[in-house]
Design a protein around this ligand. Structure first.
Ligand code: G3D
Ligand code: MG
Length: 167
């Protein structure tokens, strides 16, 4: 019997872009559902079935600590892949992803990134080209999601699992 690999992944981005909503949307109603609160950081463990293999992600969420860099210091350590989430109705949230990426890279030297434009159910304000250009510039895939409708959410976590596995 194979022991299932557990891979830590982190979800970064400004407050209110929808990080917690995306994680809840994906993890809710599934068999494995662990919710732990640790000094302002939440993580949930979720099984992801890929055609190639099944993996467990431990998905780390800021839990409202986006404004407190000191609390985030150890947050990224051991992460295998990071999601950078912006809100496509708020241009500043895309600009700030540069800083979120730098912060992750200050703790984890090698890290694959995935850029997510969330809230596609609302009217787009940020041009898609700007988001794609940013994602291209850091060699990251770009996907769009709605935590409200669920659109794109499975693809987000499947892509993330592949990035974390290095496949
Ligand atoms: P955060 O964890 O990044 O801080 P949250 O963000 O998940 O707490 O979401 C912040 C707000 O955005 C919440 O609204 C939430 O309902 C809303 N939201 C998250 N994702 C989506 C989405 O895809 N579409 C829409 N329309 N709204 C979304 P409130 O009003 O509860 O603050
Ligand atoms: Mg949150």
């Amino acid at each position: 019997m194979n022991r299932m690999v557990v891979l830590k992944v982190v979800v970064a981005g400004n407050g209110a872009v929808g990080k917690t909503s995306l994680i809840r949307r994906y993890c809710e109603g599934k068999f494995e559902h662990t919710r732990v609160q640790t000094i302002g950081v939440d993580f949930q463990t979720q099984t992801v079935d890929l055609p190639e293999q099944t993996v467990k992600l431990s998905i780390w969420d800021m839990a409202g600590q986006e404004h407190f860099a000191v609390v985030r210091a150890g947050f990224y350590r051991g992460s295998r892949a990071a999601v950078l989430v912006y809100d496509m109705t708020e241009p500043q949230t895309l600009k700030d992803l540069t800083h979120w990426r730098e912060e992750v890279l200050s703790s984890v030297q090698v890290q694959p990134f995935l850029v997510i434009g969330n809230k596609i159910d609302l009217e787009r304000v940020v041009p898609i080209e700007e988001a794609r250009d940013f994602a291209d510039s850091i060699g990251a895939p770009y996907l769009e999601t709605s935590a409200l409708t669920g659109d794109g959410v499975p693809a987000l976590f499947e892509t993330l699992a592949r990035l974390a596995l290095g496949i």
